[in-house]
Design a protein around this ligand. Structure first.
Ligand code: PXL
Length: 317
């Protein structure tokens, strides 16, 4: 797999989290680095973007050498880098593209300039298979305020209208006892088939033509680190030419959440590299990241938001 992302010197987020995630899932990580950052678990002290020509050269060598099965795109740092990577995606050089639009650090510092956000909107999103913004990022990309689940679904639909095939709006920033994400999908037959399979939907369509919504309390999918105390709800709905999946997992009370978004998007791409559909990969990755957060919840690494446990160390100890 190819990961295009920035370095987090604290080791919790960015490329460092991506490499651990792919390692845990048995996938080799070719690394195209977009920026060197100086950070600890509380602050961003400095960012040195990699020039777009050197970034592109890393991508060129990776695709020339390996058979890339999926691509995760994280922090890009500059408008030039967004444009260069978008050109690679548009040219068909990068398969199964998951874009985690890293616009700000968890400490709130901007990780991209204003023109970079426009380039995401106009060039990168339309070429992405999946985009995975958190709520602040979805607000910046769509221009709408998001206050509840219906807004998350509306923002997801807008992102799909902007050209992403699938949009996952992550609700991790909303408080409450659960962590809820809304996945909006377009109308392609492949997606519809995958969603139907997910819901194991053998029930007849409702009289108004909509599919019945189904709550599935999840069993951990095979191959995923599992926590016996966690339970998941997956609700799928299909209406007209749009479908929606709502994923709900128990919220783990911990300040160790650094790299959660990086881990989720990498895990989704990794499951696709292993052959899953984007819909199945999203569900499995949600289990993976929830288990990684639970596994590190008692860790005391760093004075701020510490890393999560992509490697399942707690389970093995
Ligand atoms: O979590 C987003 C993120 C992505 N990439 C890098 C980061 C961060 C957050 O701090 O530092 C390099």
């Amino acid at each position: 797999m190819l990961v295009v992302a920035g370095s987090d010197s604290s080791g919790g987020a960015g490329m460092q989290a991506d490499i651990r995630t792919l390692g845990a899932l048995g996938i080799h990580c070719a690394c195209a680095l977009t920026a060197v950052t100086a950070q600890d678990t509380r602050h961003v002290a400095g960012i040195l973007p990699v020039p777009a020509t050197l970034l592109d050269s890393q991508i060129e060598l990776a695709i020339g050498d390996f058979t890339i099965l999926a691509t995760k795109i994280g922090m890009l740092a500059t408008e030039d880098n967004v444009i260069r990577v978008a050109q690679r995606v548009q040219a068909g050089d990068l398969p199964n593209v998951v874009v985690d639009p890293v616009l700000a650090s968890s400490s709130g510092k901007s990780l991209i300039d204003q023109d970079g956000i426009r380039a995401y909107r106009e060039q990168l999103l339309p070429a992405a298979l999946l985009v995975t913004p958190n709520i602040p990022e979805a607000e910046l990309l769509t221009g709408m305020a998001i206050g509840n689940e219906a807004d998350m679904a509306r923002a997801g639909t807008l992102l799909v209208e902007m050209g992403a095939t699938v949009a996952m709006v992550k609700g991790g920033h909303v408080g409450g006892s659960t962590s809820m994400d809304v996945v909006a999908c377009g109308a392609s037959d492949d997606l519809r088939i995958a969603i139907d399979a997910l819901a194991q939907d053998s029930r007849p369509a409702a009289p108004d033509g909509t599919s019945p919504s189904l709550d599935v309390t999840g069993q951990s999918p095979e191959g995923v680190i599992s926590q016996s105390s966690t339970s998941f709800h997956i609700t799928t709905t299909a209406q007209g030419n749009r479908s929606e999946i709502v994923l709900t997992a128990p919220r783990v009370r911990t300040k160790n959440t650094r790299g959660t978004g990086c881990t989720l998007s990498s895990a989704i791409a990794a499951y696709m590299a292993r052959g899953d559909t984007v819909v199945d990969a999203i569900v499995k990755a949600k289990y993976f990241v929830t288990a990684a957060i639970a596994g590190a919840s008692q860790w005391t690494l760093g004075k701020g938001n510490g890393p999560i446990d992509q490697l399942g160390w707690n389970e093995q100890s």
